[in-house]
Design a binder for this molecule. Structure first.
Ligand SMILES: [Zn+2]
Ligand SMILES: [Zn+2]
Length: 137
C-alpha cells in the first residue's frame, strides 16, 4: 500500500488521499479518496450546517449542497474504486509541515502536525485535537 497523501480543505482537519491527480484546479489539488475516507469526511461534514452533504447511492457518491437548490451531484468511482470528491470545486491543499525542524506530530501551530494523528506505538500522544489512532499509551 502506498503512503497516503494528507489533504485539507479548511486547514483544521486533514484526510488521507490515495492519489492526487496531476491536473490542478486554480492551483488546488484534486485528490482521490477511498470509500472509507469519504464516509469519514461525510460524518465530519454533518457537524457543519453549511457543508455539503455526502452520501452514497449504491457505488455512486451523491453530493448535495444545503444552501443551493441545485440537483445533487453524482460522482462515480474511478476504476480503482476511489472517489474524486470535490475535484475542480473544493480548495483541497496538500498538508505540509512547517519549516521549523521538529518531530512530526508534536509541534503546535504546524498544519501538518495539528490536522491529523501522528501517534506511534509507545510515543506520547500527538498534538492533533481529535481521536487518536489508539496506538499510543
Ligand atoms: Zn509538523
Ligand atoms: Zn495522535
Amino acid at each position: 500500500m502506498s503512503t497516503p497523501i494528507w489533504v485539507t480543505v479548511d486547514d483544521s482537519r486533514a484526510y488521507p488521499a490515495q492519489s492526487i491527480a496531476e491536473t490542478r484546479w486554480n492551483g488546488f489539488a484534486c485528490p482521490f479518496f477511498t470509500r472509507e475516507t469519504v464516509e469519514r469526511i461525510a460524518r465530519d461534514f454533518t457537524r457543519d450546517e453549511f457543508a455539503p452533504r455526502v452520501s452514497f447511492d449504491s457505488d455512486a457518491l451523491v453530493l448535495t449542497y444545503p444552501e443551493y437548490s441545485d440537483e445533487p451531484e453524482r460522482i462515480e468511482p474511478s476504476p480503482d474504486g476511489t472517489y474524486a470528491l470535490g475535484a475542480f470545486k473544493w480548495c483541497w491543499s496538500v498538508v505540509e509541515h512547517n519549516e521549523y525542524p521538529h518531530h512530526p506530530g508534536y509541534l503546535y501551530d504546524c498544519t501538518g502536525c495539528e490536522t491529523f494523528c501522528h501517534c506511534t506505538p509507545g510515543a506520547t500522544e500527538c498534538v492533533f485535537d481529535g481521536a487518536h489512532n489508539g496506538a499510543a499509551s
